[in-house]
Structures are given as C-alpha cells and as structure tokens.
Design a protein around this ligand. Structure first.
Ligand SMILES: NC(=O)c1ccc[n+]([C@@H]2O[C@H](COP(=O)([O-])OP(=O)(O)OC[C@H]3O[C@@H](n4cnc5c(N)ncnc54)[C@H](O)[C@@H]3O)[C@@H](O)[C@H]2O)c1
Length: 313
C-alpha cells in the first residue's frame, strides 16, 4: 500500500487532496495546526477511513517529531500545502506565512528526501505580482513588490520555489511546484473573505456585495475538482518546473458579483470601496504548459461551479 503526506490537511485544498488519495486506496497522513483550517474539514475522513487516515496536529514550521510516529511506509508524495492563503489570513499571520513557506517547507523537503518521496509545493499566481502581460505564463518572472503588505505571501512563495529548484539541483531530487490560481469550492473557510465565498455568503443573506475599486480588475476562478485533477496529474508526472493550474476563463469582479446575484436570485446590491494596496489588476493563467505536459484542461464552467458550490451550502 502506498502513502502520501499532506501538510495543511485541515484546509480547503489539503482536505480535498487527502480525500482524493484515500479514495484511490492510499494511506494518508495529514498534518495541520488549525491556524486557518478546521476540524470539520477532516472529521468525515477520520470517520470513514479509520485505518488509512492518520492526523498529526503539528506546526510544521517547528521541528518535526520522529518519523516512526507517523506510521508511514512506502511514501510516494509529500504535498506541502500548509500556509495561510487568503489576503486576510496572510496579513493576519504574516510571519507564520513566511516561516511555513520557508522553514516549514525545508522540514517537508527533508522528510520527503528521507523517504525518497516526491514533494509538491503549493505556489501561487501571486508570484507574478502586477503582471506585465496577460495571460500569465510560467516564463514570466513576475513584477512583485518585495516591501509591502502582500510581500509576506508573494515573496515567501517565491522563496519556496527557489528552495525547490536549489534542492533539486544540489540533492539530485525531483520535487515539483504547482502555481495555483484562484480556486473555490466546498470547505473554504467563511472567515477567509475570499471573494467567491464571501459574495455567495452575502448574497444568501441579501447583504451588500462589496467590490473594490471600479470592479474592472479581473480574476479567473477554478472549481476545486478541476484543481485536484491538475495537482494529481502533476504529481504523477516527472515535471519539476512550475506549472500553472486553474481555469483560464477571465471575469471582472463586478461581473462576478452580478453573476452570483443572478444565480442566487438575491436582493443584494453592489457597493464600491477603495482598492487595497497592491491589488493585482489582472489574473489569468496561460494553461498551455499544463495542457501540453499533463493533458490538463479545466472542465467546470464558472456558472456550473457556482451552482454546485451554492448547492453544498
Ligand atoms: N485556494 C486558492 O485559491 C489558492 C491559490 C493559490 C495558492 N494556494 C495555496 O494552496 C495552499 C492551500 O490553500 P488553501 O486555500 O487550502 O488555504 P487554507 O487556509 O484553507 O489551508 C491552509 C492550511 O494550512 C494550515 N497551516 C498553516 N500554517 C501551518 C503550519 N505552520 N503548520 C501546520 N499547518 C499550517 C492551516 O491551518 C490550513 O488548514 C496554500 O499553500 C496556498 O498558498 C491556494
């Protein structure tokens, strides 16, 4: 029986990754310190997969306890997904964000190397910063403010990518990097203030939907099932270079607000507020590498994904 380890297992994406591999018959070790994750996200896994799912409550930025304690044999992948991910959370926990994507990542790499496992690091579209061209290609080096409110996240992820590159080069390993664009779906934390979740929740209560600036900034939203498909395809490949994953259909935030109101039939109004510091004007992944190397294309449209998501509320 093969095993995987997921850091950030009690979070949104981590819990879906655990579930995917448990369904495939893997043993799964999940680690989390519940900084931004929730017990609710993994309780069903603990109940349904009693003998195959092991949970370790741990701050992965601190030294890891002895590996024997984790009951792991035949470890295939380590997914390093622990990190605050929303603007609200990484600005609330800026130092924790920097440590988990550097020290925490180095612990995860060491653990993977000891087990001869392949590590996949969750990077982000935020490494592109304020893009100089669109859609964002993996070959773009990014235009990032290293000394600002978002730099704790953007630069920590950039450091993480560099750590993977350097470890591979000098330790002869084949760890990989996925650059994740905005993803939504069940188990997102309502407290995160991530835009899709926040609009859906406000619309359900007929409260105003707040749009920053003139709402013309664009984003591309990926449904969680598509993202998990992309991550697992990447893990199963031999790629070590970063690959964009997400959905390349672009929409303005204003259009998103209107779409959520239409789908929910809500009486909510749209209100405007000033743009936050370093808010990126455009986000759209170039997915040609994901397509050519992994055969990845997203299959869930925003309208269908929103309907599915709203149906789970
Ligand atoms: N959701 C997205 O749209 C998106 C986009 C780009 C990148 N990502 C990346 O994907 C990963 C997962 O994001 P998410 O949306 O599931 O976020 P999330 O906040 O729902 O999950 C992150 C999990 O990591 C845990 N965690 C944080 N610091 C920890 C530490 N020191 N030790 C142990 N656990 C810790 C949190 O408690 C949480 O359960 C993150 O690395 C994030 O940067 C997500």
């Amino acid at each position: 029986m093969k095993a995987i380890l997921v850091t950030g297992a009690a979070g949104f994406i981590g819990s879906h990754l655990c579930e995917y591999y448990l369904r495939q018959g893997y043993q799964v070790v999940g680690m989390d310190n519940y900084l931004t994750g929730r017990v609710d996200n993994i309780e069903h896994l603990q109940q349904h997969y009693k003998s195959d799912f092991f949970f370790v409550e741990l701050d992965v930025s601190k030294p890891w306890p002895y590996i024997e304690n984790f009951h792991i044999q035949n470890l295939k992948y380590v997914f390093h997904f622990a990190s605050p991910a929303s603007v609200k959370n990484y600005q609330k926990y800026p130092l924790e964000t920097m440590w988990v994507n550097s020290t925490g990542l180095s612990h995860a790499i060491k653990f993977a190397d000891e087990h001869k496992a392949r590590l996949i690091f969750a990077s982000t579209s935020e490494i592109y910063g304020t893009p100089l061209s669109s859609p964002q290609k993996e070959s773009d080096w990014g235009n990032v403010n290293s000394f600002g409110a978002r730099s704790c996240y953007d630069e920590a992820k950039r450091f993480g990518e560099s750590l993977i590159y350097t470890s591979n080069k000098f330790n002869n390993t084949s760890h990989g990097v996925v650059r994740i664009f905005n993803t939504y779906g069940p188990r997102m934390n309502a407290e995160d203030d991530r835009v899709v979740n926040s609009f859906v929740n406000l619309a359900a209560q007929a409260q105003d939907l707040m749009v920053f600036g003139d709402g013309k900034q664009t984003r591309s939203f990926c449904y969680i099932d598509d993202l998990i498909n992309g991550i697992t395809k990447y893990a199963g490949s031999e790629l070590t270079q970063p690959v964009n994953l997400g959905n390349d259909s672009e929409i303005t935030i204003l259009e998103l607000a209107e779409l959520v109101i239409t789908i929910t039939g809500s009486k909510s109004k749209i209100v405007f507020n000033s743009l936050p510091e370093d808010d990126p004007p455009q986000r759209r992944p170039d997915l040609s590498l994901a397509y050519s190397q992994l055969g990845y294309t997203p299959s869930v449209s925003l309208t269908d994904g929103l309907k599915r998501f709203i149906g789970t509320k």
